[in-house]
Design a protein around this ligand. Structure first.
Ligand SMILES: Nc1ncnc2c1ncn2[C@@H]1O[C@H](COP(=O)(O)OP(=O)(O)OP(=O)(O)O)[C@@H](O)[C@H]1O
Ligand SMILES: [Mg+2]
Length: 239
């Protein structure tokens, strides 16, 4: 679904991604884990086209999108909820959902699309809050609005940058459950997550990002072994 080869990116004189290669297949949930400052959010933003690639390639469904602008990547099926969520404070939930619908990829005949009923089924509280401004909502509620908007874009690949950060355990549970549901629907998911235990719970496999490079890969079936290896976890994640 997406293949990244030797991706380089940075800000000004700072090189942040120093040749990252990874792939996410259809129906796969793949985690990117790594310590603070490893470059995880830069990677997520570069895949969406919000940070330009300085080298390497991003190939989505066989097409090179390395230089494709962000809004056209969305139209091709790369959706995301990035750090900071990028909501419009004074706009209502309904308006955010409309934004999702307007930017959506055209789904193929026979393909199941996400409509408003689907997102309300995932996050029932939205139904009573459609006319509320998002700035009046809690962090967890805002995260769900951001997810709902992203789903209405009809992504085939959904990139989530630390969706659990700063949220209560109950909301984190709900978000992890949602990831499970999306995975069952066949969506490819790239989950950036600093909480390794959470990543292990919902992901098939993982890449460990360290100082802008993939330092380690956790293959399917290897999670338990990885988590048990204190030294490895400490070396890459600092905890
Ligand atoms: N807009 C920016 N301008 C300049 N430097 C930046 C910018 N955004 C990030 N950086 C730098 O790039 C490096 C990687 O940051 P990034 O946000 O990608 O890390 P991260 O792995 O997501 O960290 P965290 O776990 O804290 O979210 C850091 O050294 C950071 O200071
Ligand atoms: Mg980050």
């Amino acid at each position: 679904m997406i293949e990244v080869e030797n991706l380089q990116a940075g800000y000004g004189d700072i090189a942040v991604l120093n040749g990252v290669s990874l792939r996410v297949g259809a129906n796969e949930t793949v985690a990117v884990i790594g310590a603070n400052g490893a470059g995880k959010s830069t990677l997520a933003a570069a895949l969406c086209g919000l940070v330009p690639a300085r080298g390497g390639r991003i190939v989505h469904q066989g097409i090179d999108v390395t230089a494709t602008p962000a809004h056209l990547r969305v139209r091709r099926g790369i959706g995301a909820v990035l750090e900071g969520r990028h909501l419009f404070g004074s706009m209502t939930v309904r308006q955010h959902l409309t934004l999702g619908r307007l930017g959506a990829r055209s789904v193929q005949t026979g393909e199941k699309r996400f409509d408003e009923e689907d997102v309300v089924a995932l996050f029932p509280f939205l139904l009573d809050r459609l006319d509320d401004a998002v700035e009046l909502m809690s962090g967890g509620e805002q995260q769900m609005v951001a997810l709902a908007r992203a789903l209405l874009l009809q992504p085939q690949l959904l990139i989530l940058d630390e969706p659990s950060t700063g949220l209560s355990p109950l909301v984190v549970r709900q978000i992890m459950k949602t990831i499970g549901t999306l995975r069952e629907r066949g969506m490819g998911i790239l989950l950036v997550e600093q909480n390794v235990a959470l990543a292990a719970e919902v992901s098939d496999r993982a890449y460990v990002l360290s100082v802008g490079r993939i330092a380690h890969e956790v293959q399917a079936g290897e999670w338990e072994e990885f988590l048990a290896d204190d030294q490895l976890v400490k070396a890459y994640l600092g905890s």
